[in-house]
Design a protein around this ligand. Sequence first.
Ligand code: ADP
Ligand code: MG
Length: 745
Amino acid sequence: MYPLYPNTSIYQQNNGNSEDYILRRAEELETEDHIQDSMTFTVEKSKSTYRFVNCQGNLLRKFGCQQSDIEGKDLEECLPTNHTLKKILSSVSAWEGKTITYEEQWNGIPFLGAVTPIYGEEGKVKQLQGFCVDISKKKETENQLKEREYYFRTLFKYHPDGIFTLNKEGKFLFVNPAVLSICGYTENELISSCFIQLSAPEEREKVKDFFDQTRDGKILDFETTVFHKDGHPVKVQVTNIPIIVDDEVHSIYGIIHDITQQKKSEKELHLLKDRLASMIHHSADSIAIFDMDDQLVNANPTFESFYGWKAGELIGKKVPYIPEEYKDEYGQILKEVKKGNKFTSIETTRITKDGSNFYASVTLSPLEDEEGNIIGYSAITRDINKQKIAQEALRKQNEHYRIITEHTMDLINVFRPNGQILYSSPSHKMILGYNAGGFKDMEWTKVIHPEDLGAVIQSIVNMKQTKDSSKIEFRVKNADGNWVVLECYGTVVLNQKNEVESFVTISRDITERKQTEDFLRKSEKLAVLGELAAGIAHEIRNPLTSLKGFTHLLKANAADENLEYYDIMLSELERINTIVGEFMMLAKPQPRNVKPNDISKILKEATSLLEAQANLYNIQLLLDFDSVLIVNCEADQMKQVFINLMKNAIESMESSGGLLVIRTISYKDSVTISFIDEGCGIPEEKLSNVGEPFYTTKEKGTGLGMMICNKIIENHHGSISIESELDKGTKVTITLPLSLKAESP
Ligand code: ADP
Ligand code: MG
C-alpha cells in the first residue's frame, strides 16, 4: 500500500466495496481492541454537487452530529474546506471503481474512512458508499509509543556509558555517541563492522567466548581492553545482555564503561597502601595501634626494638610501658584522644620490658572507621634519649659558661666584624664602671686611648685575615675618666664556611701590674745604684776633698789670666761633689736618726738656703703653714727632700719668674706638704718618667733628685704625688704620717 496522494494517508484499494474492506479492517482492529464506534454514509451526485443521502452509526453522535444535520445536505455545506473527502470526490471519475481509504479527523476525533463509487447504467458514478471507524484509541497508543521511543533515544544519546546492539553475527546494529568517544571511530565506521575488531588481540578469544555465552541467553559482565582508533588501549567494563524475542536471542545489547581512570586510581591507591605499609614497617619511630580499651592491636618492628616486647606477646593486652608517675596524666590525655583530639610530641618517659627508662616524644592520634566513629588510636614514639642527654649536657655547659662569664673579673666581649657588640660581660661595671648593656651601645672606639687605637684596629684586621688569635695591650678610659691598661686576648669564631663570624676578646686590667712592674724596674735600677754609690762614693769623696783644697791653693797664687779656669775647675768639682753627695744619700739604707721633728722648722731652714737663688730669677716664695706639725723623721734627709723639690720648682720658673707656694696641711693622722709652682709643667706622658734614675730634661741636671726624694719619703712611710699641667705649673705633694708623740713647741 502506497499513498495515493503525496503527504496524505489516502490509499487506493484494488477490489471490493468499501464496506467489505472496512469491515475486514475493523475486524483486524477489533481484535486489537481498538474499534469502538463506526458510521456508514451514502453520497449522491446531483448536477455538479455531492449530497449526503443517508448517514448513520455511533460515530456520528461521537462527532457531535444528528442524522438530520447531515442527511439531505450538500458536502460543501457540511464539511470543512480542506476535508479529505472533498479532495477524493474531485477526482472520483478517475477511480475506476476502486475503494479509497483515508485517515481524517472531525471535531477532534480521528477516524479511518473508506469510499467506493457505485456506477449507474450509463457507466457514470451514481453514488458513493462510505464507512468510517473511530481510531482515536489506536492514535493514542501510537503517540505514546512515539513518546517512549523518544525517551529511549535521548537516554541512549546522552548516556555516559557506551550502549550498542549487536546482531547474532556480532556486527554493530546501533551505537550511541559514548561508544564513539570511547573507541574514536565514527558511527559509519562501526555500523556493520564486527565488534571483535575493537578488542585487543590477546583478549579476542575471551571476548568471543563471552559473546557466545550471551548468544546462548546469559547476561555477562567482564573487564577487557579495547583499542582506540589512535592506537591507545582503553580499559573497559562490558555488560552483555541478550535481547530475546519469541524465546530466541534476536540480538545482543552491550553496555561499555571506560574504567581506565578508575583502574589507574586503584593502582595508585594500591601503591600508596604498599608504601604506607612499608613506611610503617621501616619507620625509625615506634608505631603502635590500640583499641578503645588501650589494648594493643598491632605494632611495627621498631616498637619491638624500642620496648623489647615482641608485638605478638602483647596483642590484645595493655602495654605496661607508662611509668607510675605519668599514669594519671597519660590517662587524661588518652581520654581526650578517644574524643577525637590529637596530641603531638609529648615529652615524657617510657619503660621498656627490662624495666629501664628512656626519654620519649609521643604523638597520639585517634583512628576512625569509615563512618567516622573513633575505634582506637595510634601511638608514635620517638626515642629522644640521646637528644635529651645532649640537651642537658649543653644546658649544664651553658650554665657553667654563664657562671664563668657573669662572675669573671676579666672583660669578655663578643663582637661582629662590623664592630657591633653582641655580648659584654657584667665585669665591665666593676672594672671600667660601665654597665655591660651600656657598653654594648656605646662607641667603644671612643674609650680607647688615641695612641693605641691604631694598633687595636690593626690587630682586629690581622685576626680577620689570619684567623689567628692575638694579644695586645692598650689603654681604655674608665667611667671616671682615668686610663686603665688592658691586656687583651682575641680569638676568632668561624662559621661553617670558614668565614669570620665574630670575635671573642678577653681583657684583663693590668694597670696595677704595670705600675708594679714600673716600680720594680725603678727599684732595680735603684738597688744597683745604691750598691754602686756605697762602693764608690767614699772613694771619690776623699780624693775630691784634696783636689778641692789644692785647687783653692793654686788659685791663690795663680796669674790673673788663669783665674777664670780655676773658678771653672772649682765649680765642676763642686758639681762632682753634689752628685757624689746625692749618691751617698742613696746609699744610706734606712734613716737612722729618726726623731719627732717640726716640719715647719725644717722647711724654713730649707727655704732660707734657696732664697738667694729664688730672688735671682724673680721668684716669690709664699709659705703657708698649718699649725705646728711634728713628724717622725731624720731632719737632714727631710731637708734634702725639701731642697730638691724647691730647686726643681725654681728651675721650672727660671725663664718666667713667678710664685712658689709651700703649703702644709694637717689631717687627723697625716700631713701634706705641697710645692706649687707656676713653671713650665710636665707633659702628661712624661709624668711617669719623673723619678727614674738619670731622667732629666735639664742641661746640667743629674736626674737623681726626684729619685732620692721618693726613696727618702718611702723610708719615712710616706708618699709623693705629682700633678702637672704643661705651661701652667706643677704641684708636688708629700704625704707623711703625723707623729703621735708630738713634742710641745
Ligand atoms: P734634675 O732636677 O736634676 O733634672 P730631678 O730628678 O730633680 O732631676 O727631676 C727630674 C726631672 O723632672 C727634671 O729634669 C724636670 O724635667 C722634671 N721636674 C721635676 N720637678 C719639676 C717641676 N717642679 N717643674 C717642672 N719640671 C719638673
Ligand atoms: Mg732636681
